[in-house]
Design a protein around this ligand. Structure first.
Ligand code: ATP
Ligand code: MG
Length: 342
């Protein structure tokens, strides 16, 4: 079912690249957004330390992984220095105490527990700045995957630009909400990184398989029973990794859509970013007839596990339609439009 499309016009690719840049510039958090979130973080930490002097508050999620929108929520996680939070009775007690403290605070609104999520959270909203906040407990893997994604965005500026494109598309077409049976924005970002590792020549290395040849440090770092090692020495990455792919962002965007409409083998393969070699569905017993996406650290977790076949068809339709629309220059676009030409 290959679609025969005309050769992509060079000028159209340049326009498309500008669109990617503009969407990124308009979406990404401004200094003010970052300051506000930092203040909320400090405020919350102070409040929690009244009850639990040995706790720390960590921020994670899109605001810190390089793919945040100015209006994205603030994801924070409470971490204790000892291991007490492992016990589920203790977790409930802590959550209740936090809940009570938050409800009596005039700074936060709409405080409510969300227990059916994969990780139990307390959801609230900063009254004055209208910022949604999700508070979880001891969510160490999320802190690590936030750092991993951030590192990938630091290797090449095209990575976050493409990330904004896919998140924007997913939100615009209502295919980006895991709680409603589609895919999370995190899952789309994993799909993007997989593509950027697999394209020839690749745009990104596999950080979980990379090591400094002179140092040969351990490639194992344990966190909640999983290996969360990845290579993170950015100045050195630029020594041992020579990104040879020079395509413009717009061309990569069309290639991304082509990859997931024409090239990826959904029947047999799993989307993974921790190895360059193909990962087979039958190896893991993930045999459902939809896409399968492996979490980079929690290897038993299929990020598309909650995706229904019906919603998968919807997502595929969006990708196919986007590939058709973005792959050719629109008839009616005015290239002499000054807003587009510089
Ligand atoms: P945005 O809020 O802009 O839509 P996000 O990446 O912050 O994007 P959230 O749903 O708020 O998305 O998730 C926050 C973070 O939690 C993610 O960045 C990721 O680190 C982690 N996370 C979300 N979903 C999963 C998942 N299914 N498995 C593992 N970690 C996840
Ligand atoms: Mg978020």
């Amino acid at each position: 079912n290959m679609i025969d499309l005309p050769v992509i016009d060079e000028q159209w690719i340049q326009i498309l690249s500008k669109i990617c840049r503009q969407i990124t510039d308009r979406s990404k958090p401004r200094p003010r957004d970052i300051e506000n979130r930092q203040q909320i973080l400090n405020q919350l930490e102070k409040q929690f330390q009244k009850d639990y002097p040995d706790c720390n508050l960590y921020a994670f999620g899109s605001f810190y992984n390089g793919f945040g929108f100015s209006q994205s929520d603030l994801d924070v996680c409470l971490v204790f220095k000892d291991e007490r939070e492992q016990n589920s009775d203790e977790v409930i007690r802590i959550m209740q105490r936090i809940l009570r403290a938050m409800k009596s605070s005039s700074t936060f609104d709409e405080v409510q527990p969300v227990l059916q999520a994969k990780v139990p959270i307390i959801r609230t909203r900063h009254r004055q700045w209208n910022i949604a906040i999700d508070i979880s407990l001891h969510n160490m893997l999320a802190i690590e995957n936030t750092r991993l994604l951030k590192k990938y965005t630091e290797i090449d500026t095209r990575v976050s630009e493409l990330g904004y494109m896919i998140k924007y598309l997913a939100k615009f077409c209502s295919i980006g909400d895991a709680s409603r049976g589609t895919l999370s924005s995190y899952a789309y970002i994993i799909m993007l990184i997989h593509f950027l590792q697999q394209i020839q020549p690749p745009v990104l290395p596999v950080l979980q398989q990379l090591n400094d040849p002179t140092k040969k440090t351990s490639m194992y770092k344990k966190c909640s029973k999983w290996n969360v090692y990845f290579y993170e020495d950015l100045p050195k990455i630029n020594d041992i990794w020579k990104g040879e792919n020079k395509l413009l962002t717009g061309a990569l965007w069309v290639e991304f859509l082509r990859f997931y409409t024409e090239q990826f083998n959904y029947e047999e393969h799993i989307v993974t970013i921790r190895q360059i070699e193909p990962l087979l569905k039958h190896e893991k017993g993930w045999l459902r007839q939809t896409i399968a996406i492996e979490d980079p650290f929690e290897l038993s977790h299929n990020l598309a596990g909650g995706l229904s076949p019906r919603n998968w068809i919807m997502i595929r339709r969006v990708l196919i339609r986007s590939r058709e629309q973005f792959g050719v220059k629109p008839e009616n676009i005015d290239i002499s439009n000054p807003d587009m030409s510089n």
